[in-house]
Design a protein around this ligand. Sequence first.
Ligand SMILES: N[C@@H](CCC(=O)N[C@@H](CS)C(=O)NCC(=O)O)C(=O)O
Length: 221
Amino acid sequence: MGKLVLYGVDASPPVRAVKLTLAALQLPYEYTVVNILNKEQYSEAYLKKNPQHTVPLLEDGEALIWDSHAIIAYLVGKYGKDDSLYPKDLLKRAVVDQRLHFEGGVVFANALRSITKYVLFLGKTEVPKERIEAITEAYDFVECFLKDNKYIAGDQLTIADFSLISSISSLVAYIPIEATKYPKLSAWIKRLEQLPYYAENAKGAGEFAAVIKSKKFTIVD
Ligand SMILES: N[C@@H](CCC(=O)N[C@@H](CS)C(=O)NCC(=O)O)C(=O)O
């Protein structure tokens, strides 16, 4: 096994999805902080490794892999003792893949990143209402996915849970999740909070929330 190096920062949801996967697989790794608030992802050395300048980035010996979804699927395939976190059964895998794409496109890109770009990176004090609606729409979908399921892709824990909890636990900095409105979603969050290695996600989500709460903004039509 080559040395695993994870590049990232704890406030970043996709970095935390990778950390949860590494912890679930009990894999040792080195963690190199790339502070995107200080634009460290644009250093020449980092751009050489990841021209898309995103975190997380995983180095496995000579190999460089980015995008959390690609990384977590790779880690289970390469180092998992079994396939339970990312089933080889094609139909089960298709459900996990759907949830992973949903996280990347709908929850992270459409809900979390677009509002965070306004508030944090563009320093706007007025956020259009549709940015908030994108968050509640994401919650509605997740509630629906959990209708008959204990975990996000069925009756067992998978990497889709790690991916989605990383961004959902960050979205609550904008819109808290009410147990009465979202009973399944609330129970799922509580279930994941019981994981023995969950604390690191909680810590990073707390750091994300602290940065967002330090910004003043109002919602406008
Ligand atoms: N879909 C990607 C998203 C990665 C991403 O956008 N990460 C953000 C931090 S949460 C980032 O690196 N932003 C800095 C940049 O794009 O320059 C993944 O899951 O890894």
